[in-house]
Ligand binder design. Structure first.
Ligand code: R5P
Length: 296
């Protein structure tokens, strides 16, 4: 097996190479003076199972080159070409809210489904879709971060109160709470714009002595977490811990959050807040999909 990593997540790439007993694929990439991409595969991929680890945060900068690479691997005789993207982009626009809006999750899914044999990701934002199969036509495996987050909470936070900032987070926070054997609450959120968010007041009751641990799948502008933390501070709770599966941290989000909370993320998106490793379940999912796709 060959693992290509066009977007430089060397830590996860080398973990996957080791866990899958694979080799690191060798690529040459650069930009032409006009901004177009040059790509050359130096590894011999004839009859090889190839995996591309390409983390699709900031997807517009990465997707075209990813598609070129998948196409080139096939052209050079790869037996299979799989995609590992711990963060799967464009899942949040899953509905036409305003007339004429692009429901970008669907064309993006069609693009990737046309280029790959299978897909592995971690906790995609499944809100109005029940599963990736609704929009992706290739086999996929979803790695769940909940057991890893629960383990981290159990070994770092003695007396936690888990908080999901909105109804969409319930699927993660309830699962984590069950595994960590901790109480949880889910709040209501209203988003009026990218940076304009309000979150309902938590009902703290006898939980006021506990450490609030916010759990959400994505931290982007940070507004969802910041608004929730404001309420917790006003209620006099101890400093919060904000856990995100995917820490995108647009603009000043990370520095604003670290002023008011301890911020922890999984290693889905490389960042200094990464404390929760995801390599082993990703490797297991790749292995399973290779077996499934080899049979069919
Ligand atoms: C959406 O519902 C997600 O689960 C997150 O709550 C949201 O993406 C967080 O975005 P932001 O950090 O921009 O508030």
């Amino acid at each position: 097996m060959l693992i290509f990593n066009p977007d430089s997540d060397p830590a996860l790439a080398s973990q996957l190479v080791r866990l899958l007993d694979a080799q690191a694929g060798i690529l040459e990439q650069r930009r032409f003076p006009d901004g177009e991409s040059y790509l050359r595969v130096h590894s011999d991929c004839a009859d090889q199972d190839c995996v591309i680890l390409c983390n699709l945060f900031h997807p517009d900068e990465r997707t075209l080159r990813l598609l070129f690479l998948a196409d080139t691997l096939r052209d050079c005789g790869a037996r299979s070409v799989g995609l590992v993207t711990p963060y799967l982009a464009y899942m949040r626009q899953d509905k036409r809210f305003q007339p004429g809006e692009c429901v970008s999750s669907r064309p993006f899914a069609r693009l990737l489904s046309g280029a790959f044999d299978y897909l592995v990701t971690v906790d995609p934002h499944l809100h109005r879709y029940d599963s990736l199969d609704e929009i992706y036509s290739i086999p996929s495996r979803v790695v769940q971060a909940a057991p890893l987050i629960a383990q981290w909470i159990q070994s770092h936070i003695p007396n936690p109160l888990l908080i999901g900032p909105d109804s969409e987070s319930e699927q993660w926070v309830s699962h984590v709470a069950e595994l960590a054997d901790a109480p949880f609450q889910v709040l209501q959120k209203e988003r009026r714009g990218d940076y304009d968010v309000s979150v309902s007041l938590p009902d703290l009751g006898s939980a006021a002595e506990r450490t609030p641990v916010l759990v959400d799948d994505i931290i982007s502008s940070g507004r969802t977490m910041l608004e929730t933390i404001k309420h917790l501070q006003a209620a006099g709770l101890p400093r919060a811990v904000a856990i995100g599966v995917h820490g995108i941290f647009a603009g000043e989000a990370y520095s604003q959050l670290t002023e008011v909370a301890d911020v922890v993320t999984t290693a889905c998106i490389p960042h200094l807040s990464n404390q929760i490793d995801i390599a082993a379940p990703i490797a297991a999912a790749v292995q399973q999909l290779l077996t499934v796709t080899a049979r069919s």
